[in-house]
Design a protein around this ligand. Structure first.
Ligand SMILES: C[S@@+](CC[C@H](N)C(=O)[O-])C[C@H]1O[C@@H](n2cnc3c(N)ncnc32)[C@H](O)[C@@H]1O
Length: 419
């Protein structure tokens, strides 16, 4: 009879240790919030320096750190009471298995976690007050006024969105559910409107899942999936994905271009291209070519410029960007985006498409850059996007907000080269 008690004591001791470590990691992360700091790389280094962290530890600490970042302006004044601060943080976090394991350490144990969309109430706040968590310039940059639904979405972690990459010819949903817990399995479903799109819970353990390892499915945010589906005529021919990163959109584009078309993928970052290469291999797609150097000549039926940006559309997933980004960064990005767009526009063949996109919600990086491009580049005209998924292209491009599909926010605009 004494052994379980002993184990329980050890386990409680370990949980209290995790709370202590979380608090000290959060303190250290505060110094990583200066503009320009590569937050995820530094966090990775911080975890690595601890040596003994396993993947569960990393998931636990990341969830708590990201929760802190979402609510930072409201939480900072509470740091002086470490225990009360940690109690609050654990209840604000998404109740993943790792977070739930900390519940026995709470002073007042919650029987049921507060619903995610209402967790801010633990801080005695109203939904409209969530705007205090955003940088003060943000509301002036978005075309759509801030709504309660939009604010609530910004402080909640998005689900995991997947794209069916290879038609496996059997019930992929059933296979995905196999290793999931009953709570996770209940949230796995095909999207009713967006072909090939699957919703899964944020903490779904995908990394070692056979459907992922064999390339049947890929991780891709729902709004990102919609972007390429909105091109009026399905893409065909030879395309260039000029800012391909690790290939989120390249893989979908290659799938859409099959069986006759192909895509060349380029990015300034060789590490991203290496990841793209391994994802392409996993997908089994044969129509992707990776270009380490920017193509200087030749012409393409379509060029996608998914430009580097301030990333406000991804604040839900990357809350450190909400803390790091200054208004000046937005204007700096806008200059860069116009220059990149002009540069790659030269590679579009006559009659071809140029697609400009960002994961920013600032009109300065979106509509304004597109308008400036058209002002000087008279070879191009506005190309309406198909009015699908409930969005309307009123001649200025389409902005998808995080609350529209419970994903990222992004902007997309297409131009047709006419001469
Ligand atoms: C928004 S990310 C691209 C995301 C990617 N398309 C996806 O769907 O996952 C922008 C990318 O542009 C790259 N980049 C920045 N300047 C560039 C340039 N002049 N030419 C090509 N790529 C560039 C960055 O390295 C970054 O990977």
């Amino acid at each position: 009879m004494s052994k379980p008690l002993f184990n329980k004591e050890i386990s409680l001791h370990r949980l209290h240790n995790q709370r202590r470590i979380s608090f000290s990691l959060i303190e250290r992360c505060r110094s990583l919030l200066n503009p320009g700091v590569a937050f995820t790389r530094e966090l990775h280094e911080l975890f690595r320096a601890q040596g003994k962290f396993g993947s569960k530890d990393r998931r636990l600490y990341r969830e708590l750190i990201y929760t802190y970042l979402r609510y930072q302006p409201w939480l900072d004044s509470k740091r002086s009471d470490q225990e009360a601060f940690m109690d609050l943080l654990i209840q604000l976090a998404v109740p993943t298995a790792e977070i739930r394991s900390l519940y026995p350490t709470l002073a007042n144990k919650p029987a049921i976690p507060v619903e995610e969309a209402n967790r801010f109430k633990l801080l005695g706040k109203e939904a409209t007050e969530i705007k205090e968590l955003l940088p003060d310039w943000y509301a002036l940059h978005t075309k759509r006024p801030l709504s309660t639904k939009g604010l609530l979405t910004l402080v909640t972690r998005p689900p995991l969105w997947l794209r069916i990459q290879k038609d496996p010819g059997d019930d992929i949903i059933k296979r995905l559910k196999e290793p999931a817990s009953p709570e996770q399995a209940a949230l796995i479903a095909k999207h009713p409107l967006i072909p090939g799109c699957i919703h899964a819970p944020a903490d779904f353990p995908l990394a070692n899942h056979p459907c992922y390892l064999n390339g049947d499915i890929e991780i891709q945010d729902i709004s990102s999936q919609i972007l390429l589906l909105m091109l009026k005529d399905s893409p065909r021919g030879k395309w260039l994905d000029a800012c391909a990163g690790a290939g989120g959109k390249t893989l979908q584009l290659a799938e859409l271009l099959r069986p006759y078309g192909k895509v060349a993928a380029h990015d300034l970052r060789s590490s991203a291209l290496r990841e793209l290469q391994s994802r392409a291999k996993r997908s089994g797609l044969k129509n992707i070519e990776v270009l380490a150097k920017r193509p200087t000549e030749g012409s393409y039926d379509g060029v996608l410029v998914d430009a580097p940006c301030s990333g406000s559309g991804t604040w839900r997933r990357h809350p450190y960007l909400m803390r790091q980004t200054r208004e000046k960064d937005v204007f700096d990005y806008a200059k860069k985006q116009l220059s990149i767009l002009k540069d790659y526009s030269n590679l579009v063949s006559e009659g071809g498409l140029l697609v400009y996109s960002t994961c920013s919600l600032s009109r300065h990086e979106n509509e304004e850059v597109a308008a400036k491009f058209l002002e000087t580049e008279t070879r191009f005209i506005h190309q309406p996007l198909a009015p699908r998924f409930g969005f309307d292209d009123l001649g200025h491009g389409i902005t998808v907000y995080p609350e529209d599909h419970n994903g990222d926010g992004l902007y997309v605009r297409a131009f047709r080269r006419v001469s």
